[in-house]
Design a protein around this ligand. Structure first.
Ligand code: PLP
Length: 369
């Protein structure tokens, strides 16, 4: 096989000379971590870009999930989705919280608001939905349920960088939203992440928590952790922020081509843009109906692989199928019929800012016959 690999994603990288200039500043200052100037500047610029009031940077996207649960003092049971990256549920488990899985809706792959109430018990304290593939959850319905039962809402918004609904950031929904800036995401700082919150009080608490709970030199006010982003990656992030709009535009063009070419292929379903939503085109999932398509999802997946076209089966298996969680009553596939079916239908096609026309043709040739 001589064809070059087409990967599912490719990292957005800053211009190397510009990065070197910022590195020189860091070397000169000798201030390499602990809320340095680039860290502060990145928080300010991200607030502006994302249209959110407060943000706290982290060293990856898992720590803000763990820390949000601590900051809001969540205990007992939390309602969440099985159709996500495994870190969503792990963050609950690491806090000694019992995850309660609720099925998803086919139209967004997000948690189905109609099925949340039936899963609430006296021990339920919060809901942790995911804006899967960056498609906004029904945040209004979820908030209504949360308000009715006095629950907190923490959004795992790892996929939702820059996503807006009617001009407002989807990151402003709920009590807290968390982001991942991992290399594979739309916007990256190599590894990195952030928490978005509504008020200065919470920002202060989270800033303490991500620095071992230190409020000042001698006082530790809470059992914190070390989640601080350093100056090198903050500088990397500042430069990538200047490129991310172009990257999103390139992804949008790819999405438009995929949609045009796959519209009439029998047995292939995909998402169209939602009205009023600014999407980030972080993923391009397709869903294979084996009977209509004439091939199963796995057959197509391995056929693509043979052609060096590397899709990913995100999200398969479901989180609820991993050994830690499969014994939970809510992990029973009968409780999760939509998620169980979709996990067996999905392939995320290659989607990033550097796909050429020739790459797209090769991807599409695997699917169209
Ligand atoms: C990537 C991701 C995370 C974890 O982020 P890291 O930065 O890799 O720790 C959490 N949740 C979801 C939905 C993700 O896609």
């Amino acid at each position: 096989m001589d064809k070059q690999k087409i990967t599912v994603t490719a990292p957005l990288l800053p211009n190397l000379d510009e990065f070197n200039t910022l590195l020189k500043d860091i070397w000169d200052s000798k201030w390499i971590t602990n809320n340095g100037q680039f860290h502060q500047q990145l928080e300010t610029e991200l607030c502006k870009y994302l249209k959110v009031p407060y943000i706290s940077l982290f060293t990856n996207g898992t720590l803000p999930l763990l820390t949000a649960l601590q900051a809001l003092r969540i205990t007992g049971e939390v309602i969440t989705t099985p159709y996500s990256f495994v870190a969503t549920t792990h963050s609950l488990w690491w806090n000694g919280i019992k995850p309660v899985f609720v099925d998803i809706e086919e139209s967004t792959c997000g948690i189905d608001p109609d099925k949340i109430e039936a899963a609430i018990t006296p021990k339920t304290t919060a809901i942790m939905p995911v804006h899967c593939y960056g498609k906004p959850c029904n945040t209004k319905r979820i908030q209504e349920i949360a308000d009715k039962y006095g629950l907190k809402v923490i959004y795992d918004a790892a996929h939702a960088f820059g996503v807006e609904v009617n001009g407002e950031s989807v990151l402003n929904a709920g009590d807290i939203s968390t982001l991942s800036f991992h290399a594979t995401k739309v916007y990256n700082t190599v590894e990195g992440g952030a928490m978005v919150m509504h008020d200065a009080e919470m920002k202060k608490r989270v800033d303490f928590l991500k620095n071992f709970g230190f409020a000042n030199e001698t006082s530790v006010v809470a059992p914190g952790i070390n989640g601080k982003m350093d100056e090198v990656r903050s500088a990397f992030g500042l430069l990538n922020l200047r490129k991310v709009d172009d990257a999103i535009n390139a992804r949008q063009k790819t999405a438009q081509i995929y949609r045009k070419e796959l519209r009439d292929v029998s047995g292939v379903r995909f998402f169209d843009d939602m009205p009023g939503v600014r999407h980030n085109y972080s993923y391009f999932p397709i869903f294979i109906n084996a009977a209509k398509f004439g091939m199963t999802r796995d057959e197509l997946y391995f056929k693509m692989k043979e052609q060096n076209v590397l899709g990913r089966r995100y999200f398969y298996p479901l989180i609820s199928e991993f050994s830690t969680y499969r014994g939970l009553p809510s992990a029973n596939p009968q409780n999760l019929p939509v998620a169980t079916r979709i996990a067996n239908e999905v392939i995320c096609l290659p989607m990033h800012h550097e796909l050429s026309d020739n790459d797209l043709e090769r991807v599409l040739n695997c699917i169209k016959r």
